[in-house]
Ligand binder design. Structure first.
Ligand code: NAD
Length: 482
């Protein structure tokens, strides 16, 4: 086996350099090494924050037109390197190429969208605020909140980065980005694109490394005004605790345990397709996975027959296989975690409808069959916890109230899906669900214009849309006597 390439893992103050730590990057579909990344630790974080301080002084005063031009340049750079970015995401994350293409397109759309919002910033600045007194006038300014630390996970590496980075740059903030140590390659390529975008040096800095070596000091440093974090709840809590010491703002995008509700009048084939999409896209490694499927009693027998047939027909294969429908899980650790959840489910007596093991013919790689359980106890980990793998739990319901109560009975509240032929009925159910985004008869489409985030322990704050921009802005009112 040839020695993998050693890549510089630090981009600080407009220059690439190597850190003293080494990250081994694996292709999860083959288990072969892809690259080594020379990553950093607290010292690199300190250097990045030093650069970001100078970057902020320059970028916070930039015009709306300058910010928009840089964001558009990044979008076009990503579009030019679309194929390369797709392949990097597939090989580093294990996702099929068609899914990687969707991710790249989402990144382009996000940078374009925030370029548009940036263009409007100057005109919206200093808006007059109507007051009940003639004696005073007031104006509203939105100013960049400062240096921001962006910490992202491995399941949608470039997308989670773009949702933070594009609005942060549009707002006029300077940035230190920490990618996941499992999937740093897409972000390294994105940094190479940003290096060509005309962004002044020091505004964007990237420090690869582990959570403890890079994420923790970033979250604790008093120079950071805000941490925007996407990842697990356990780490989100640690980030919030560290940030609390210097009263930093935090935006958190955490886990989910979301439901797809198949109402009694649903089209069954559509319901089966949406259940598979919500459970098996990205091999189920989605915070928005609708891993609980709630089916009206009268449809349940036929739904389960069709779901089993469809799940068993899903082609699990190497991500670069042109016929692939589902790829590999991201890492050995994730594979073992998901398999342990499945084994525990079997142990407690949940009924396996299909899947549950490694697919035949795939001896290498972190592959698990699309898996469906029924009769899952309501107090079990399988029902309550985020599995983050291709595992669905299906349960029958006899009334709409029961279905809504089951869906809402979770510490999370990220998304939900409703399938019904009666749109008004579906809209009523959508209104009753505790979730930040509800899809009706639709796959999990996401637009930069609509907010991302959830209720309860799924999130603090919202990404995307104007809310995503406001997350990186301070509000200032200036009140003057006339
Ligand atoms: P993770 O929490 O293990 O890691 C996320 C990031 O935090 C990584 O970059 C990691 O290096 C860093 N980190 C780890 N320890 C840290 C510490 N002590 N201080 C600071 N940073 C630290 O999550 P993951 O395994 O990479 O991703 C999976 C999780 O992400 C799932 O729980 C999933 O639900 C969540 N997620 C949520 C959303 C959303 O939008 N709500 C989107 C994607 C993923």
């Amino acid at each position: 086996m040839s020695t993998p390439t050693l890549l510089d893992g630090l981009y600080i103050d407009g220059r690439w350099s190597a850190g003293s730590e080494r990250l081994q990057v694996i292709n999860p579909a083959t288990e072969a090494p892809l690259a080594q990344v020379a990553a950093g630790g607290p010292e690199a974080v300190d250097q990045a924050l030093h650069a970001a301080t100078a970057g902020l002084a320059r970028w916070s005063l930039s015009s709306a037109a300058e910010r928009a031009a840089v964001l558009r340049k990044i979008a076009s750079g990503v579009a030019e390197r679309r194929q390369r970015l797709m392949h990097l995401q597939s090989s580093n994350n294990g996702k099929p190429l068609f899914e990687a293409a969707m991710d790249v397109d989402d990144v382009i759309a996000t940078f374009e969208y925030y370029a548009g919002l940036a263009e409007g910033l100057d005109a919206a600045q200093n808006a007059n605020v109507p007051l009940p007194s003639e004696a005073f006038s007031a104006r509203l300014r939105r100013e960049p909140c400062g240096i921001v630390g962006l910490i992202v996970p491995w399941n949608f590496p470039m997308v989670t980065t773009a949702w933070k980075l594009a609005p942060a740059l549009a707002a006029g903030c300077s940035v230190v980005l920490k990618p996941s140590e499992v999937t740093p390659l897409p972000e390294l390529e994105l940094a190479a694109i940003i290096a060509q975008s005309g962004l002044p040096q020091g505004v964007f800095n990237l420090v690869c490394g582990t959570g403890l070596a890079v994420g923790a000091p970033l979250a604790a440093d008093p120079r950071v005004a805000k941490i925007s974090f996407t990842g697990s709840n356990a780490v989100g809590v640690q980030v919030m605790q560290r940030a609390a010491e210097t009263v930093k703002g935090v935006s958190l995008e955490l886990g989910g345990k979301s439901s797809l509700l198949v109402l009694a009048d649903a089209d069954l084939d559509r319901a089966v397709e949406l259940a598979c999409g919500g459970g098996f896209f990205n091999a189920g490694q989605m915070c928005s996975a609708t891993s609980r499927v709630l089916v009206a009693d009268e449809l349940a027998d036929e739904f389960l027959l069709r779901l089993k047939a469809r799940a068993e027909a899903i082609r699990v294969a190497e991500p670069l296989d042109p016929e692939v429908e589902m790829g590999a899980l991201v890492s050995k650790a994730q594979y073992q975690r998901v398999q342990a959840h499945i084994d525990r489910g079997l142990h407690i007596g949940a009924k396996l409808l299909c899947g549950g093991a490694r697919p035949a013919g795939l001896a290498q790689g972190y592959f698990i069959q699309p898996t469906v359980f029924t009769e899952v106890p309501l107090d079990s980990a399988l029902w309550c916890e985020e599995i983050f793998g291709p595992v669905l739990c299906v349960r029958r319901f006899s009334s709409e109230q029961e279905a809504i109560a089951l869906a809402n009975d979770s510490e999370f509240g990220l998304v939900a899906s409703v399938v019904s032929a009666d749109v008004e009925h579906a809209e009523r159910v959508a209104n009753a669900l505790q979730a930040g985004l509800v899809w009706i008869n639709a796959p999990q489409v996401i637009f930069p214009q609509t907010a991302w985030g959830g209720y309860k322990q799924s999130s603090i704050g919202r990404e995307l849309g104007p809310w995503g921009l406001h997350a990186f802005q301070e509000i200032k009112h200036v009140i003057r006597a006339r």
